[in-house]
Design a binder for this molecule. Structure first.
Ligand SMILES: Cc1cc2nc3c(=O)[nH]c(=O)nc-3n(C[C@H](O)[C@H](O)[C@H](O)COP(=O)(O)O)c2cc1C
Length: 310
């Protein structure tokens, strides 16, 4: 473990700021033997809903020149199976990485029901409320885009847990600072910026979407500057509120951009699907960067962005 990378967020000690983003790490077990999970700061589980979900029709993922698009559709075994099966594996096998459970719902009451159902389970350090999924017919983006719905949803979820509670927002929001403020005022510990960007890829011959669901969520290196600006704005507007930065991260340089912009933690999605070892590499390269720059703690670097004066 490298002391320079350690950080404490929402009262939880993370060995380093590198997480696997929701939907790209299963419930940890799926990656055991492929990724050294103990070398990571943590992981965010695949979404958990009240009921089991089968997800969307294939194709669910598609590569394109600028990245990938997915419409997996939040396939998951449901809260009961996650409590009985997935979380006991996490509790028994993961020592160091922190685990946030990603939560989705069709109606806003569902979120609190999932949180209440998992709150007492061993292996859970906190929750990430997904109010930004572009790939569902119901219970996706609309909760994050409607301030009243978001307040009601977060208030209920907060009443169900004392644990860390992150709200995951969409890059398509018109005013990310206002939405983040609404989430925090309703009891969220912090926010995750961002989920994928809603998008469409057209099969020109079929004159139809390539994805079975139609539209999907775009992961792309181009999301990195979008996330960096939002992280900067939100952390300046809401000092002390932890932000998990996500979007296009595949190198230590990318992670550092988000950390310097103000992110407490950084999550890798598509890049770690393309190469599951990417996150381990980012941790190693962050440690090298700190050593090369005489940085004793990444906390000294976090949020140190200086904006041009002119
Ligand atoms: C295949 C796939 C599945 C995903 N599933 C979820 C999910 O279940 N819940 C969620 O909040 N985000 C989900 N995401 C979004 C990622 O967690 C992440 O926020 C997003 O992909 C941006 O990061 P990236 O550019 O590094 O991929 C998924 C992303 C991908 C690529």
């Amino acid at each position: 473990m490298n002391d320079a990378l350690q950080t404490t967020v929402a009262g939880l000690r993370f060995a380093n700021p590198v997480l696997l983003a929701s939907g790209t790490a299963g419930y940890g077990r799926e990656l055991a033997g492929i990724v050294d999970l103990e070398s990571l700061g943590g992981l965010v589980t695949k979404a958990v809903s009240v009921e089991p979900r089968h997800g969307n029709a294939a194709p669910r993922v598609w590569d394109f020149d600028g990245g990938m698009i997915n419409a997996v559709g939040l396939a998951n075994p449901g809260v009961e199976a996650v409590r009985a099966d997935a979380l006991p594996w996490i509790a028994a096998h993961l020592k160091q990485p922190r685990v946030l459970v990603n939560v989705v719902g069709r109606v806003l009451e569902d979120y609190a029901e999932v949180v209440a159902g998992l709150d007492a389970a061993a292996g859970v350090d906190g929750f990430e409320l997904n109010v930004s999924c572009p790939n569902t017919k119901k219970g996706g983006l609309e909760f994050g885009a409607d301030a009243d719905a978001l307040r009601a949803l977060v208030t209920r979820a907060r009443a169900a847990t004392n644990r860390a509670l992150f709200v995951k927002l969409s890059p398509s929001l018109p005013d990310v600072v206002a939405t983040a403020r609404a989430a925090v005022e309703s009891g969220a510990t912090g926010v995750t910026l961002f989920n994928t960007m809603p998008g469409l890829i057209v099969d020109v011959e079929a004159r139809a979407p390539v994805l079975g669901f139609g539209s999907g969520g775009v992961s792309s290196p181009a999301l990195l500057p979008v996330a960096a600006l939002a992280v900067h704005r939100v952390t300046r507007a809401l000092p002390g509120v932890p932000v998990i930065g996500a979007g296009g991260v595949s190198t230590a340089n990318h992670a550092l951009q988000l950390i310097i912009a103000g992110a407490s933690l950084v999550a890798l999605g598509a890049a770690s699907m393309a190469d599951p070892r990417t996150a381990e590499r980012v941790v190693r390269d962050l440690a090298c960067w700190c050593e090369q720059h005489g940085v004793r703690s990444l906390d000294d670097v976090r949020g140190t962005l200086t904006w041009p004066s002119s």
